[in-house]
Design a protein around this ligand. Structure first.
Ligand SMILES: Nc1ncnc2c1ncn2[C@@H]1O[C@H](COP(=O)(O)OP(=O)(O)O)[C@@H](O)[C@H]1O
Ligand SMILES: [Mg+2]
Length: 499
């Protein structure tokens, strides 16, 4: 097995080393940005594209060639992931150091210690859940057993449990995935308590699955059960040829199926230090391809320098939002006929999203990000009122589709505006970033205490700590106040040793 993994690690290394590119985003002719921003990207030789580096691990598929048994494939995946994360971190750090040597004034985003936080998804969702910003229905599962030990498939108990679950799931014959084409099917998926299984670090819809025959309430907190669900969906696990979405080695996210996501859509908010500067909208009614994302709102100052406070709202998109609201029986009542459409939009969505964005930024200490909001499925229950929640957070390397056509006719380069706003409005944050960025370290979750991922206070503390120059590395291991930490704690053995 080690030969296969060694080969895969070598291939991965070759695809990363020397291919981390820091792209300069500061020199547009429109207005000179005083400081120069650089974004961390990965050059993909195969597709000749630049992409967010973390996706390279998240959507990596290992070719096992059908030669290894399940246990070996799983052990191999964990081992690969640990090594791959190390390679990626090292290459990013090297590229950053090199750039800072040449261009000491460069501002590099995303802040390197925040790569894990944002791209893992599971870490920040854990924080947001504890703070009531997402639904409690979601299961955020770290690879930890009920005694608080890291999952390790050298441990026979872990492996046997997994096999037990797989045998149980095998009884579910037929298509392992449910589909929701019609409105009726979407509603039924919700009332049937269906779930969406997501693997962290992916950023690709291939790693968002819709498992048939299970509900979001099943086996709460049991990582091994949900890993079995994932493997069951992937087919014949006696002879594994390929295993992908390797983020499963870091955790699994189980969300309740939310019919408001397709029906009402997602609101992508472009946020600079907590301030929303623009929002785009996508739903089943916004069309296909690139056109599926429509500009909804823009800070007026971006279009018209004299209006520093207001928002410019794209009317056509507002019509689509209103239409979606009025079509949905459970939500229609919230679109108040005594108010104008703009007032409804502001009261129901923009103002709450603005408040939550500020709150999120307070918590996570981010700089320039995208927060994607959706209507909380709990809105469907009478008496709950209208609620929104975060679906995901993306760093400033967010994909082109979400910004290059912003405004269509206006052709506003949103990323440029995003960075420009950040610089003009928050010069203090930029000075702070300049001071610390060269000294930040990239911690690897899997190398440290299993409780760190579960303990929200220690997670939060570590992100704050990175900002005070006196304490530049994560403090996660020292701060342990979670109830579970009084139980047996084990350091995760480096996978290398366990083979
Ligand atoms: N709970 C959910 N219910 C229904 N659809 C979902 C749910 N979560 C995600 N989706 C669908 O899957 C897509 C991708 O999920 P998302 O969480 O945005 O991950 P990513 O964008 O990183 O792939 C969403 O845009 C949405 O269409
Ligand atoms: Mg998304």
């Amino acid at each position: 097995m080690n030969k296969i993994i060694d080969g895969e690690v070598e291939k991965f290394k070759n695809s990363i080393e020397g291919n981390i590119v820091l792209t300069c985003e500061g020199s547009y002719d429109e207005v000179e940005i005083e400081n120069t921003f650089f974004l961390i990207k990965l050059y993909d030789r195969v597709t000749d594209n630049l992409r967010a580096p973390w996706c390279a691990i998240g959507d990596k598929t290992i070719d096992f060639g059908g030669e290894l048994n399940l246990k070996e494939c799983l052990q191999g995946s964990f081992l690969f992931y640990d090594k791959a994360i190390g390679i990626l971190n090292k290459s990013i750090k090297a590229a950053l150091d090199e750039l800072l040597k040449e261009t000491p004034d460069a501002i590099i985003l995303p802040r390197i210690d925040q790569h894990h936080l944002i791209n893992s998804k599971i870490q920040y969702l854990k924080i947001l859940q504890e703070k009531g910003l997402i639904s409690n229905d979601s299961q955020l599962l770290f690879p930890i057993d009920e005694e608080g030990k890291w999952i390790n498939f050298k441990n026979e108990k872990h492996y046997q449990k997994l096999i037990e679950y797989l045998t149980l799931l095998k009884k579910n014959q037929g298509d392992p995935e449910y589909r929701t084409k019609s409105m009726k099917e979407k509603k039924k998926a919700f009332t049937d308590k269906k779930c969406v299984l997501k693997l962290p670090y992916a950023g690709s819809s291939d790693c968002v699955l819709y498992p048939e025959g299970v509900t979001y309430e099943d086996y709460r907190g049991d990582y091994l059960y949900w890993l079995a669900v994932y493997l069951h969906m992937k087919g014949n696990h006696e002879k594994i040829h390929h295993l992908g979405c390797l983020g499963f080695t870091q955790g699994i996210i189980i969300d309740r199926y939310n019919p408001y996501i397709p029906l009402l859509g997602e609101f992508r908010c472009f946020v600079a230090n907590g301030d929303i500067i623009a929002i785009s909208y996508s739903s089943i009614n916004t069309g296909g391809g690139f056109g599926s994302i429509k500009s909804l709102l823009l800070k007026s100052s971006i279009k018209d320098k004299s209006d520093t406070e207001g928002y410019f709202i794209y009317e056509k998109t507002l019509e689509l939002v209103k239409e979606a609201f009025t079509k949905s029986v459970s939500i229609r009542k919230y679109w108040d006929s005594h108010k104008t459409d703009t007032e409804n939009l502001m009261d129901l969505l923009i103002n709450p999203m603005g408040m939550m964005s500020r709150e999120l930024n307070e918590l996570l200490q981010l700089n320039c990000n995208r927060y994607d909001f959706v209507v909380n499925h709990e809105t469907a229950f009478p008496g709950n009122g209208f609620k929104i929640m975060v679906n995901e957070v993306e760093d400033i390397t967010y994909g082109e589709a979400s910004y290059i056509q912003f405004g269509n006719m206006d052709k506003i380069n949103l990323r440029f505006q995003h960075l420009k706003y950040y610089q003009e409005k928050f010069p203090g944050k930029i000075d702070e970033l300049k001071k610390i960025q060269g000294n930040l370290s990239m911690d690897i979750l899997s190398e440290s205490d299993p409780f760190e991922g579960m303990n929200v206070e220690s997670l939060l503390k570590s992100y704050e700590n990175a900002l005070s120059s006196g304490n530049l590395t994560s403090d996660r291991r020292k701060v342990r106040t979670s109830k579970r930490s009084s139980k047996i704690s084990s350091r995760r053995p480096s996978s290398e040793k366990s083979f």
